[in-house]
Write a protein that binds this ligand. Structure first.
Ligand SMILES: [Zn+2]
Length: 450
């Protein structure tokens, strides 16, 4: 059958017929006594809804279905669960009895505030491998299937909002940014923005290719290092799509969103990886918040000049190592002599690597937006630059963070990064010079508490 003629099996066959089952260790009325641990291809009743990644349009591609509800368990065509890392909270809500396991969302009026024009990359299985290009439009694309009772969920959402950032207000007061009444609304620095939230949806063969590994190795490592959480990674090689339990990204678009894919207007872009301590709480050990604020100001300026400004925020806290590792590294740095020459070694000692952000999947969202060239790249990261350029998008100019926006204590971070290959128009340091770039240490802070 095809996805365009939805049929729902409302009388599920016994799970034993096609699955590995064990007896439930506890009794619960919410589920049957048998737990389906995994499924196998070719077993009785296993009939995944066709899903052809890279097909030219949503209907021929087919919807992504991950539900394990009894009537969809044998028809699901993807592994994992919706919500990224929040899938666990979803499970908790069901365990606590607050959420019906068979709950289906009422998606009326939730459609995008802007209809992004389809791009050739949406149907190109090499250009987009880490998000569902139709994830924002499931209500429209799979209306018949939804009405027939299929559990199909959006993995993207498009909305609009007003935002207010202290640094933007300051730039307006200092006359560095104008109030134009459509992007910057008032002298308080209120800004209009279009936002796109994206949850990860991985096409495993494409993800494996980006990392230069075979699909079997990728599946085995994902299985082993999630505590064996997704056995179908091993038993169902016919299922190619996995919704991983990780954070996604948010696109912030300044100015009319239709300009983003227009090659004839200029584009200023910042790719920003989450740093909660600096981004939100403004700790001064790194340049994250100042660079983010600079990126937003420049994106607004480009949009005011008739171009487009985009900031993309990835949930990859602490170089995707997380805050616990990050704070352990801070301690090791401050106690071991915080100099720029040892900056990366401190991270490697604790995390085993200096960075886990792996920018290989990052350009997908740029291709989804239809970006073909970036006039002003508001990032110094060589990894981001190389990933974007290697994916076929031109970068015309790279713009470093202005010197006067770099907090004193973050010189250790920025100078070490510049030495390691980050783009700069300023000074490049030798290892000897880096040894002289010191962080503040804790002495002053501890004095204050006494
Ligand atoms: Zn930071």
């Amino acid at each position: 059958m095809t996805a365009s003629t939805p049929q729902l099996d409302t009388s599920p066959k016994p799970a034993e017929a096609a699955t590995t089952v064990v007896q439930s260790p506890t009794s619960t009325s919410r589920y049957s006594k048998h737990i389906v641990l995994t499924t196998y291809p070719g077993q009785s009743g296993i009939d995944p809804v066709p899903l052809e990644w890279g097909a030219p349009d949503a209907k021929s591609r087919g919807p992504v279905i991950v539900s394990r509800s009894p009537n969809l368990l044998k028809r699901r065509n993807a592994m994992g669960a919706h919500g990224g890392s929040y899938s666990i909270y979803n499970a908790l809500a069901i365990a606590a009895g607050d959420l019906d396991p068979d709950f289906r969302p009422d998606l009326r009026n939730s459609e995008p505030t802007f209809k992004f024009p389809p791009q050739p990359a949406w149907g190109d299985k090499t250009k987009i491998v880490s998000m569902d290009p139709y994830g924002h439009d499931v209500v429209n694309q799979y209306r018949d299937e939804l009405e027939a009772g299929w559990d199909i969920r959006p993995t993207m959402a498009v909305t609009r909002a007003n935002m207010k950032l202290a640094e933007i207000g300051e730039a307006v007061r200092e006359g560095k940014l104008d109030v134009d009444g459509s992007i910057v609304m008032d002298s308080g620095g209120e800004v209009r923005v279009t936002k796109v939230a994206v949850e990860p949806v991985w096409y495993l063969p494409g993800v494996a290719e980006r990392f230069g590994v075979d699909e079997g190795t990728l599946r085995r490592t994902l299985f082993e290092h999630t505590g064996g959480s997704y056995p179908e990674l091993i038993t169902r090689p016919d299922l190619k799509v996995f919704l991983p339990p990780i954070g996604g990204l948010t696109v912030y678009i300044f100015g009319p969103p239709e300009r983003v894919s227009d090659e004839n207007v200029r584009l200023a872009l910042r790719i920003h990886d989450e740093c909660n301590g600096s981004d939100v709480f403004q700790s001064d050990i790194c340049t994250c918040r100042p660079y983010l604020a600079f990126g937003i100001a420049e994106a607004i300026r480009e949009a005011q000049n008739g171009g487009s400004g985009v900031v993309i925020y990835f949930r990859k806290e602490g170089r995707a190592l997380g805050e616990v590792i990050k704070y352990l590294v801070y301690n090791a740095r401050k106690r071991g002599g915080d100099t720029a020459d040892k900056y990366f070694t401190r991270t490697e000692n604790i995390a085993g690597v200096r960075d886990m952000r792996f920018q290989a999947l990052m350009p997908d969202i740029l291709h989804w937006l239809g970006i073909k060239k970036i006039d002003r790249m508001l990032s110094m990261s060589n990894m981001k630059h190389d990933a974007i350029v290697d994916s076929g998008i031109k970068i015309l100019e790279r713009v470093p963070i202005p010197e006067d926006m770099i907090p004193n204590d973050s010189r250790v971070e920025i100078d070490a990064k510049i030495n390691a290959g980050y783009f700069t128009t300023g000074k490049q340091y030798t290892m000897e010079e880096l040894a002289a770039v010191k962080g503040r240490g804790w002495e002053k802070w501890e004095d204050v508490t006494h």
